[in-house]
Write a protein that binds this ligand. Structure first.
Ligand code: ZN
Length: 396
């Protein structure tokens, strides 16, 4: 049993000591924010726009699916996103790119899961310092022109152009509603007033009063389905699995949530429970008489090298209201109005410099003789959509 299960789900006599500590932390964060607001502390600015997405609670099941959705949205608009994160909270290492063979104690589950889903289409980098990590990513992937920070709510040294905070009421309601270290909240709800958008997830949709300035975006859960871990292209619905001998393998502390989900899908399963941070090995499943083994996405990244085609992963997909795309793109358009930002963009093909033609709203690569259009304020850095320059067209 870990810390969070013991203290974050209920009120105990120990909270007499934990509660004052959490209030001191809230005060500490408020003072730091004020110092940054009054420019006494100066944040570090990166050359490309930075979008921070983080939860007000330590855990938020909707965060990873939302980041994947955002990456795909940015890419389809012609942008080239990269993701930065601390990785595992205990990661004190210098920046590195996450790949599926990197150890979980450095990457953390989220970074590995993002890498698993996005593969080579969007680089994911982790490191102790988010600024250094971002610089290393931009150095290695010069084509990246927007960064998503998958945590960093309290890391105000990282200047952000857009900040969205997820309020997952199902997590808050399942905890004691107190602030760390007394409960699962990272900060008070007053912190939400400083975000550009608050993303509201969970079944109980009562929203704390955070002022009128902040845009509230709702998240909807799409139909759950399963994908095969060995062949991710292979998917199944609950009805496809009904009647089979199913084992549900799950680690602490996801047990109840996972079993509730499977029960909701009307699946009869035999639960196989392992401790948190269990390192899965093929022997865990060898004596298993199951035809189907179901696991969570969090555990899926621990089972990638098992190559057992009986393993299916429960995938929960969420979709944010279109308002999220609108507010983010409004901010990005403002950023890309700055010619200095257009200056640092490179051709995704040859990584060479581009010439900005303001009149035509185009960015031109001399070497490849391609013109990338700036559509509705956003540079569309897609080779397929670039205009091939005619032989007689001069570039000046
Ligand atoms: Zn080029």
């Amino acid at each position: 049993m870990n810390w969070s299960e013991l203290y974050w789900q209920r009120i105990t006599p120990l909270h007499l000591f934990l509660w004052p500590v959490s209030q001191m932390l809230v005060l500490f964060h408020a003072i730091r924010r004020a110092l940054y607001r009054h420019k006494i502390l100066i944040p570090a600015r990166l050359p490309v726009p930075v979008i921070v997405i983080d939860g007000i609670t330590t855990k938020s099941p909707v965060k990873t699916p939302l980041i994947i959705q955002l990456v795909n949205t940015l890419k389809s608009a012609g942008l080239r996103p990269g993701i930065i994160s601390r990785g595992h909270p205990d990661n004190h290492h210098s920046p590195m790119r996450v790949s599926l063979d990197k150890p979980l104690h450095l990457t953390g589950e989220t970074s590995l899961l993002l890498t698993y889903h996005l593969r080579d289409t969007c680089p994911v980098w982790i490191g102790y310092s988010r600024i250094e990590t971002a610089k290393a990513l931009l150095q290695a992937h010069q084509e990246c022109n927007v960064l998503i920070c998958d945590d960093g709510l309290q890391d105000l040294y990282l200047q952000r152009d857009f900040e969205a905070v997820i309020v997952d009421t199902s997590v808050i309601n399942s905890g004691n509603g107190l602030i760390m270290p007394a409960g699962p909240l990272r900060d008070s709800f007053a912190r939400l007033g400083q975000a550009h958008a608050v993303i509201l997830a969970g079944h109980h949709r009562q929203m704390p009063d955070i002022g009128k300035e902040v845009r509230i975006i709702r998240v909807h859960q799409l139909k759950e389905h399963f994908f095969n871990l060995s062949q991710p292209g292979l998917t199944a619905n609950a009805t496809d699995l009904t009647g089979k001998r199913i084992h549900a393998v799950v680690c602490d502390p996801d047990i109840q949530n996972f079993l509730d989900n499977l029960e909701f899908l009307k699946l009869t399963v035999t639960p196989c429970i392992f401790p948190e941070d269990h390192h899965f090995a093929a022997t865990d499943f060898q004596s298993d008489q199951a035809e189907i083994i179901l696991i969570t996405e969090e555990d899926a990244v621990k089972c990638l090298d098992l190559h057992d085609n009986r393993i299916w992963v429960l995938q929960q997909e969420y979709r944010a209201d279109p308002g999220l795309r609108e507010t983010i793109f409004k901010k990005l358009r403002e950023k890309f109005m700055d010619p200095k930002l257009l200056d640092i963009l490179v051709c995704p093909l040859c990584k060479g410099p581009l010439i900005y033609k303001k009149d035509h709203q185009e960015l031109i690569c001399k070497a490849d003789r391609l013109a990338y259009t700036i559509r509705d304020g956003i540079p569309v850095m897609l080779e397929d959509e670039a205009r091939k320059l005619a032989d007689e067209e001069e570039i000046r």
